[in-house]
Design a protein around this ligand. Structure first.
Ligand code: GDP
Ligand code: MG
Length: 297
C-alpha cells in the first residue's frame, strides 16, 4: 500500500475543484476543515486497494497572489512542506501571469517533487498548441513531470495519478477507506456552541445567532485548539452572551467543551469571542466561514 500527501497549488479558476471532483468523483471526502497532522487543509482523499492519495489545499494561493504579497506566498510555501509531492496547476488557455511567476519563484525553494499540470487541454485546437505550452513552462522549474490534462473530461488524469504514485512510498492508510465527511468537525463544533448559547440564554437570544470557527487545529501537544466567533445582531445581545464579568460566556464554553470532548473523543481548547454584526446573514465573511462557500479550492 502506497500513501501520501499531495498539495495542489494554482491560481483561482485554473480548475483545482474540477480536478478534485473528477479524480475522486463520488469517492470524494471533501473536507474543507478537517484538522490534521499537516498544516494543510485536506481537499479530498483518493483511496483504492493499492494506494491512498490525500490531496491538500494551499490556502495562501486562493486569492490573486499579487494582492496577498510576500507574506501569503510565504504561507503558501509553508503549506507545501511535509508533503510528498506538489501539483502546480495552470490554465492551458492563459499565458503565464505574475501570479504564476510568483508561485514558481516560491517553489524554487522546495525540494519536494513538483508536477506541472496544464489543465483545460480540451480547449486546445491541436497538439502543437499543447506542445508550445509545455515549452513555455518546462524550463522554469525542475519539474518531476509535466501533465497536460482536462479536469473536465478526465483526459490524461490516469497518467498523472501514475506519476504521483511514483513519488509516494509504502505507507499506512491515513484515513478510513470509506471516509465520508457529511459532518465536518468544524461544523459540528459550531453547532454545539450555538446550541449552548441558545440553551443558556433562553429567549433572550434569537435564533439568528451564528457561530463561526475561525481556526481549528491540533497543537504540538495534540490538543485541539479552536477559536470561534459568536455573531449576534445587537450590542444588547452581546452583553447577555458575555454576562456579568464574562460568566455566561464561560458557562457556554464549559458546556460546549464537555460535549465536544464527548462527541469527538478529543480534548479541546476553546476560545470564544462575541461579535456584533447587524446584518451577518448578508456578510460574505460570515457565510463563508459557515461553510456556504462551495468554491473553497
Ligand atoms: P479553481 O478555482 O482552481 O478551483 O477552478 P474551478 O475548478 O472552479 O474551475 C474554474 C472554471 O474552469 C470552471 O468554470 C470550470 O468548469 C472550468 N474548468 C475547469 N477545468 C476545466 C477543463 O479541463 N476544461 C475546461 N474547458 N474548463 C475547465
Ligand atoms: Mg475552486
Amino acid at each position: 500500500m502506497k500513501s501520501g500527501f499531495i498539495s495542489i497549488i494554482g491560481r483561482p479558476n485554473v480548475g483545482k475543484s474540477t480536478f478534485l471532483n473528477q479524480v475522486i468523483g463520488k469517492k470524494i471526502a471533501i473536507m474543507s476543515s478537517k484538522p490534521q497532522t499537516t498544516r494543510n487543509k485536506i481537499a479530498g482523499i483518493l483511496t483504492t486497494d493499492d494506494y491512498q492519495i490525500i490531496f491538500t489545499d494551499t490556502p495562501g494561493i486562493h486569492k490573486p497572489v499579487n494582492e496577498l504579497g510576500k507574506r501569503m506566498t510565504e504561507a503558501a510555501y509553508q503549506s507545501t512542506r511535509g508533503v510528498d509531492g506538489i501539483i502546480f496547476m495552470v490554465n492551458f488557455k492563459e499565458p503565464i501571469s505574475t501570479g504564476e511567476e510568483m508561485i514558481i519563484e516560491n517553489l524554487k525553494k522546495t525540494r519536494t517533487p513538483i508536477f506541472l499540470v496544464i489543465n483545460k487541454i480540451d480547449l486546445a485546437k491541436n497538439k502543437d498548441d499543447i506542445i508550445k505550452k509545455i515549452a513555455e513552462y518546462k524550463d522554469l522549474l525542475n519539474f518531476k513531470g509535466i501533465y497536460p490534462i482536462s479536469a473536465l473530461d478526465g483526459s490524461n488524469i490516469g497518467e498523472l495519478i501514475k506519476g504521483l504514485l511514483e513519488v509516494l512510498e509504502e505507507g499506512p492508510m491515513y484515513y478510513p477507506k470509506d471516509m465520508v465527511t457529511d459532518h465536518p468537525e468544524r461544523f459540528l463544533i459550531g453547532e454545539i456552541i450555538r446550541e449552548k448559547v441558545l440553551l443558556l440564554t433562553k429567549e433572550e437570544i434569537p435564533h439568528s445567532v451564528a457561530v463561526t470557527i475561525e481556526s481549528l487545529k491540533k497543537n504540538d501537544d495534540g490538543l485541539l485548539e479552536c477559536y470561534a466567533n459568536i455573531y449576534v445582531e445587537r450590542d444588547s445581545q452581546k452583553k447577555i452572551i458575555i454576562g456579568s464579568k464574562g460568566a455566561m460566556l464561560k458557562q457556554i464554553g464549559t458546556l460546549a467543551r464537555k460535549e465536544i470532548n464527548n462527541i469527538l473523543g478529543e480534548k479541546i481548547y476553546l476560545e470564544l469571542w462575541v461579535k456584533v454584526k447587524a446584518d451577518w446573514r448578508n456578510s460574505n465573511v460570515v457565510l463563508k466561514s459557515l461553510g456556504y462557500d462551495l468554491d473553497n479550492y
